[in-house]
Ligand binder design. Structure first.
Ligand code: IMP
Ligand code: MG
Length: 210
């Protein structure tokens, strides 16, 4: 008899020749139940959507001099998956940004890693984990634009349309999500939860808005 996986990511003895059995479940795994309210997007849903995004990106960049610019740190898991589905020659250069809220209104962006590669003349794909108020991506798009790329396209895994403060053109969006604080698949709260393989909603009592 074969060993059956009981949930995604826990199939410790699944036979390799049969492949990993995916069981869709939106139940929060036991070890996270006190911290997370729900699983919003499962591993399987993410996997399918990332492959779709990659197909569209590949199709739109055939013959281009593609420079992929992901924003640290929330994009690392998404990028590791997306990159392996991009069937194109490309260069990769992360940009590092942190945002600190000053009081409740203004938000100061600090660059923790500048671009190293030449941007001029390239087709840039700017990638972020989540589009929230839009302040981060609006600023990054403006900065990249000054480096004279041939064109800049923008890709986000998640989009919270209700929170927008700045108009930000985006070309590829994984999922539109409600206005709840999400973690996992690279996204953090206070630098935690980035390693969750799914996107989950934090219990509101765990989240103290800045
Ligand atoms: P924006 O400048 O308001 O669009 O903020 C984008 C950044 O805020 C993202 O790159 C995330 O780092 C962070 N962020 C916004 N919403 C969430 C969330 O629900 N979970 C985790 N990080 C978030
Ligand atoms: Mg971020």
């Amino acid at each position: 008899m074969t060993t059956r996986a009981t949930s995604e990511g826990t199939a410790s003895r699944a036979p390799v020749e049969a492949g990993r059995r995916i069981v869709r479940r939106n139940v929060v795994p036991a070890q996270w139940r006190s911290e997370l309210k729900s699983v919003l997007i499962t591993e399987a849903q993410i996997r399918r959507r990332v492959a779709e995004l990659a197909r569209a990106i590949t199709r739109d960049h055939v013959g281009a001099d593609l420079l992929v610019v992901p924003v640290l740190t929330g994009t690392i898991v998404f990028m590791a998956d997306l990159l392996r589905h991009l069937h194109l020659p490309l260069r990769l250069d992360f940009v590092g940004v942190s945002s600190y809220r000053e009081g409740t209104e203004s938000r100061q962006l600090t660059f923790t890693k500048e671009l190293r590669l030449e941007v001029a003349g390239s087709d840039v794909l700017l990638v972020d984990d989540i589009l929230d108020t839009g302040n981060t991506l609006a600023e990054l798009q403006a900065r990249l634009g000054r480096l004279k790329p041939r064109r800049v396209r923008t890709c986000v895994l998640l989009n919270k349309p209700d929170r927008r403060e700045r108009d930000v053109p985006v070309d590829y969006v994984g999922f539109d999500i409600p206005n709840e604080f999400v973690v996992g698949y690279g996204l953090d709260y206070a630098e935690r939860y980035r390693n969750l393989p799914f996107v989950g909603v934090l219990h509101p009592d765990r989240y103290a808005p800045a």
